[in-house]
Structure formats: C-alpha cells, structure tokens
Design a protein around this ligand. Structure first.
Ligand SMILES: Nc1ncnc2c1ncn2[C@@H]1O[C@H](COP(=O)(O)OP(=O)(O)OP(=O)(O)O)[C@@H](O)[C@H]1O
Ligand SMILES: [Mg+2]
Length: 314
C-alpha cells in the first residue's frame, strides 16, 4: 500500500544560488502531504528532485528503499513508473489533442491494446470533468482545463506516488472543492502516497495528513497537520493565516524589529483564536461509500503529538 519516500539532508543549488539546504522529511506510505512556501522558495524544484529530473548537490531520496539520486538512467526509468506527476505548467504536448496527451503514458510504458487504453483514458477524463473535449488541442482550451488534463494524465498509470504541483491554481472555487474531494477519495481508494504543492490555505487545512513549509532556503517544519495548524512558529502562523504581518515580506525578508512589533500586536488575537479552536479545521472525509483503510502509523504519530502538547500545556 503506497510507497514511502525518505528524504535526507537534501541540498540543491543552481550555480551560486542555494535553493534549499539540508531538507529531511519522510512522506509516509499512503498518506497525503502538502508542501507550502512563498513563491520562489523551490517547491517545484523539490518535486523535480523527488522524481530524479534534477540532481541534488547533497543528500538522498529513498523511494521504497532505493536512493534515486544514485540510480543509472535505466533504473531511474523503472522507478519513475511508480510516479504520477502533474507539473505546474501542465506540460502537455501542444500538437496532440487531449485524448492523445492523456493516453501518452499508457502507449509509452505499457502494452495495453487501444481499446483498453480507450477505457482508461475516458474513465480518467470523466473523473476530471473533461468528457467531450477529447479532440481539443491544449492551445484551444482554458488554463483550468489544461490543469485537469494534466491531472488525468498523471493518473492513467495507477501510480503509487502522486506529485501535484499546484493542481488548484487556475481553477474556480467550486472546481477546487471538487478537486480536494477527488484527492481525498483517490487516496482512500488507491492508497497512493501524495505530495501536493499548493498556495491554497483552505485546501492545505482540509486535505492532508501532513504539512511542510519551505522558507528562507530551509524546511521550516514538516509534520502532522494538527501540529502545523496549532504551531506557534511565526512563519507557519503567518503563512497558514495568509497575513501580511510576520517574517515573510512581499519581495524580501523583513527586519527583525518590524517583525517583532507586528507579532506582538497579533499575539493576543492569536491566543484567543486558538482558545476557541479556530485553527482545527476538520479533515475532509472521503465521499459516502468510500472508506479509507486506517493509517496506523499516522494515528500513532498523531497521538504522541497530542500527548506532547498536553504535557507542554500542563
Ligand atoms: N533549471 C533551473 N536553472 C536555474 N535556476 C532554476 C531552475 N529551476 C528553478 N530555478 C530557480 O530556483 C528557484 C526556485 O524555483 P521554483 O520554481 O522551485 O519555486 P516555487 O517555490 O515553485 O515558486 P512558485 O510558488 O512561484 O511556483 C527560483 O529562483 C528559480 O529561478
Ligand atoms: Mg512552483
């Protein structure tokens, strides 16, 4: 059931520009994790490093126990079949219609017949609401439709690991709600391990088991959803509340004195909000009829986190 991804001491730079350093985290098998972070902090670079499209300077990425940063091209090709990836720009082939774009991984990686392919492609197109647009070219449709076509293509190989780079950007709020439900249902049905990059805070609060945050070239935090939603860490609080006040500025980091002033003013408001439990948005449940098998490790982690918090509060 799903595959664990274990990242240890990962560092990536382009020339002299360090993108992030010493990132360590485990994406637990079968769980949904969300990666947050201001624009330009290297979330897309992180996803590309996980699939082996970019080589890190240091560290390792173990997928089902194999370090993909050290695999030869042929072995990497095999491991990549475990992944379904939606790139930020959709990465559709401009000269192929949607049907052929979505069928592409099946034709490339499997020996399925065209009638088997047709069944799978139409099933996935139906799932993302694209039935009727099979013959359209990527250039003829809206950004949101391209995004959904990319989603359908990421799912055709029944991946064990699903990486989505901003699947919700360019979608209207209703489609975002459908997409979140789709992710929760998929995860309950196919047990895949998910990592989703998003800027949508409402989604980040409702969908995942785990949340991570990249900022200032580091992974500030990664842990169970509850841990981040109730965290006192200023960067985490600012981001999850979508506020201007805090360490994250528009173009660059703010100076320490300004941050302290802003946070002092917010402090009381925050404490009150937490007291009435505003922070604990419930996790989105699978649709009726779909049951998610218990994720025992996640339950154990969450309980030990609750105990830790109780002990700290006492
Ligand atoms: N192939 C590359 N060569 C050189 N620099 C790159 C390359 N890819 C990304 N970068 C740089 O790495 C940094 C992080 O980029 P990335 O696209 O990962 O950010 P992001 O967190 O996904 O941002 P956004 O939220 O806007 O999508 C940027 O400064 C970008 O210019
Ligand atoms: Mg990006």
């Amino acid at each position: 059931m799903g595959v664990e991804i274990c990242v240890e001491g990962l560092t990536k730079s382009f020339g002299h520009q360090v993108i992030w350093q010493d990132v360590s985290l485990t994406l637990p098998a079968g769980e949904v994790s969300v990666m947050l972070g201001p624009s330009g902090t290297g979330k897309s670079v992180f996803l590309k490093t996980l699939v082996g499209l970019l080589k890190p300077d240091r560290g390792c990425v173990k997928v089902a126990g194999r370090d993909i940063t050290r695999l030869r091209e042929h072995d990497l090709y095999e491991v990549r079949k475990l992944f379904g990836v939606l790139f930020q720009d959709g990465a559709l082939f401009g000269s192929m219609n949607l049907y052929d774009n979505i069928a592409f991984p099946l034709r490339e990686h499997t020996r399925k017949s065209e009638s088997q392919i047709r069944r799978i492609v139409l099933e996935k197109m139906d799932m993302v609401g694209l039935i009727g647009s099979e013959g359209k070219l990527p250039g003829e449709i809206s950004g949101g439709m391209r995004k959904r076509a990319g989603l359908a293509r990421a799912l055709v190989l029944d991946p064990e690991i699903i990486l989505f780079d901003e699947p919700d950007s360019g979608l209207d709020p209703v489609r975002v709600a459908y997409l979140n439900q789709l992710i929760v249902d998929l995860n309950a049905q196919i047990d895949a391990t998910f990592l989703i990059v998003t800027h949508d805070i409402a989604s980040a609060r409702q969908v995942p088991d785990n949340i991570g945050l990249l900022f200032r070239r580091e992974l500030v935090m990664f842990g169970p959803r509850e841990q981040l939603l109730t965290s006192d860490e200023p960067v985490v609080r600012q981001f999850l509340n979508g506020r201007m006040q805090g360490p994250i500025g528009m173009a660059e980091e703010k100076d320490a004195a300004q941050v302290e002033q802003e946070l002092a003013r917010l402090g009381d408001m925050d404490r009150k909000a937490r007291h009435v439990g505003n922070d604990m948005t419930p996790r989105l449940l699978p649709s009726p009829g779909i049951t998610r098998p218990p994720r025992w490790e996640a339950i154990a982690r969450r309980e030990s986190e609750l105990h830790r918090k109780e002990a700290a509060d006492a």
